[in-house]
Structures are given as structure tokens and as C-alpha cells.
Design a protein. Structure first.
Length: 186
């Protein structure tokens, strides 16, 4: 068998047996693009080869979430679209919450990014605290929903308690959500 890749992107493959006992071949094509505000994305000069999980350079022990999840999977019903970066408040001013939008073709995603918050106990139950103002927040797994014991994202926030910088147990809320739950703070 010969695989001919006529795209400008790197590719890899995984031979398999899906559905068993048949034979299958999963092709992985990875395109890397340069983004500039107000401009169409263009293919990056250097195209990256498909890899396994890639962690942040400062995370030498690989205890946090990956910067890029593995490109290798035996079956994916659709393409992965990943945005890696920060949510920056305009003009460096502090904000409580901002929307981040990302679109490739017909596929669009809008996220709500808020400053650090925790659940606070009140007379009639728990309510979210007011977000702390921020100028930039990393768009990464540690700031998304999850936490210890949550298999889909064990490094996230919102699932379970954590100790804050003072050693007190708190229930932090995620900085990144898919619903505009704090529209009054924009």
C-alpha cells in the first residue's frame, strides 16, 4: 500500500483492526496555522508532525494538563479544532469576564472566561463569588471544569475542594465555561 499526501500538512497513520477481525488504517493529518486579528488564518511556515500529548515546558513532571492532547486516536468522528493561548482584556484593562470566540469554516465556539471565583456559603445555599479582575488568563485545561476525581479533566477546577494559598479548603470555579453565565459582568 502507498499513501500519497498531496496536502501541505504533515500526516501519520495507525494500522488497526477496527472492527475486529477486519483491518483498518487511521490517517492523521495535522495542519498548523498562523492567526492574526482581522485576517484569514494562513498555513504556518513550519508544519508540526502529529505527536502524542505535549506538555508545557515549565511542567517538567507532566502533572498538569497537556498543552496539546495526542493526535493519535483509532477513531474520531470529526476533526479536532484546538485554540491555544490567552484571553487578553482589551487595552490591558482589568475585567471580570470576557467572551472568547473561535471559528473555522462553519464550526464556531464561544467561551466565557472569568476571573478566579469560588463557591461561597450563604443563608440559602452556595453562590459563586464575584470574579477577581484579570488582564489575561491562560486557555488551558487547568482553568477549565474538572478536578481530582473527574476523569475527563483531573487538573481542572470546579469538581471538589482545593487548598488556597492560605491553606484553607475552598471550592474554586472554572475560569473557562461554554455558557455565558456571567453576562452581567461584561
Amino acid at each position: 500500500m502507498e499513501i500519497i499526501n498531496e496536502s501541505p500538512f504533515e500526516m501519520a497513520y495507525i494500522p488497526g483492526r477496527l472492527p475486529f477481525p477486519g483491518h483498518s488504517l487511521t490517517l492523521i493529518v495535522k495542519g498548523t496555522f498562523d492567526l492574526s486579528p482581522g485576517k484569514t488564518a494562513t498555513p504556518a511556515e513550519e508544519q508540526l508532525y502529529p505527536t502524542g500529548d505535549e506538555f508545557y515546558k515549565e511542567d517538567e513532571e507532566m502533572l498538569g494538563g497537556p498543552r496539546y492532547a495526542s493526535d493519535f486516536a483509532y477513531f474520531k468522528p470529526a476533526a479536532d479544532l484546538l485554540l491555544n493561548g490567552k484571553c487578553h482584556a482589551p487595552a490591558g484593562e482589568q475585567h471580570l469576564a470576557r467572551k472568547v470566540s473561535f471559528q473555522v469554516g462553519d464550526h464556531a465556539k464561544t467561551l466565557m472566561v472569568t476571573g478566579n471565583r469560588t463557591w461561597k456559603r450563604g443563608l440559602i445555599g452556595c453562590t459563586p463569588s464575584t470574579p477577581e479582575p484579570f488582564t489575561a488568563i491562560d486557555l488551558k485545561y487547568q482553568n477549565s471544569f474538572g478536578g481530582p476525581g473527574y476523569a475527563e479533566n483531573p487538573v481542572g477546577k470546579g469538581f471538589g475542594k482545593r487548598k488556597n494559598e492560605n491553606g484553607k479548603k475552598v471550592r474554586p470555579l472554572p475560569n473557562i465555561t461554554t455558557a455565558p453565565c456571567l453576562s452581567g459582568h461584561l
